[in-house]
Design a protein around this ligand. Structure first.
Ligand code: NAD
Length: 170
């Protein structure tokens, strides 16, 4: 039995993440999803709280019918200790999935088996692009799973993003 770790900020969780998770589900029997930068929210690049992202990932992954754990992980100010920090927060795992170069480097140095996953429609399935569309009142709903659309509507996420993007400068 293999347990795999998938790490991300998920601001928000989108269909690119979902494709990766589907592929991971064919390779392992349990998935741990680590919600990175858990302490950050209400920022233009990080509008959603850890709890909201837990909800997005948990609801979206339900359809895959795989045993999973969704765990918020706060950042720490020392990259060299970050892998130990992650390991202290999540269940033991056999393999980690990421494309983030810093994460690949840190996990690799710690001797973790790291697998990179293919990027799906990177120009559209991208948190940056989805947040840009939300701000510009463009369609974004088709870039995230239906369950995630429901959560973002429920929490008034687009309104929040627009608010936090404003400045009070004259
Ligand atoms: P992300 O949400 O941007 O991406 C998550 C994963 O999905 C990445 O592997 C990314 O490559 C992949 N992905 C994105 N779009 C995709 C697409 N269209 N198709 C397929 N895959 C796609 O999150 P991230 O930035 O990789 O998250 C890393 C987290 O680790 C951050 O929260 C970061 O702060 C944290 N971190 C913290 C420290 C520290 O605290 N010192 C150190 C390293 C990393």
């Amino acid at each position: 039995m293999l347990r795999g770790l998938y790490l991300g900020r998920f601001q928000p969780y989108h269909l690119g993440h979902h494709e990766v998770l589907k592929k991971i589900a064919t390779e392992v029997s349990e998935i741990i999803i680590g919600i990175g930068s858990a302490q950050i929210s209400h920022e233009i690049e990080n509008p959603f709280t850890a709890g909201e992202r837990v909800l997005m990932v948990s609801r979206a992954i339900e359809e895959l019918g795989i045993k999973h754990y969704v765990i918020p992980i706060e950042d720490i100010r020392r990259n060299s200790l970050w892998v130990s920090h992650v390991m202290s927060m999540v269940p033991p795992f056999d393999v980690a999935y990421t494309n983030n170069p810093l994460v690949i480097e840190l996990l690799g140095e710690a001797g973790v088996d790291v697998r990179e996953s293919p990027l799906f429609k990177r120009n559209s399935y991208s948190g940056t692009e989805i947040r840009r569309r939300m701000l510009e009142n463009d369609r974004w709903e088709h870039f995230v799973p239906g369950k995630v659309v429901e959560i973002i509507q429920e929490i008034n996420g687009v309104k929040r993003l627009r608010k936090v993007s404003q400045s009070d400068d004259e």
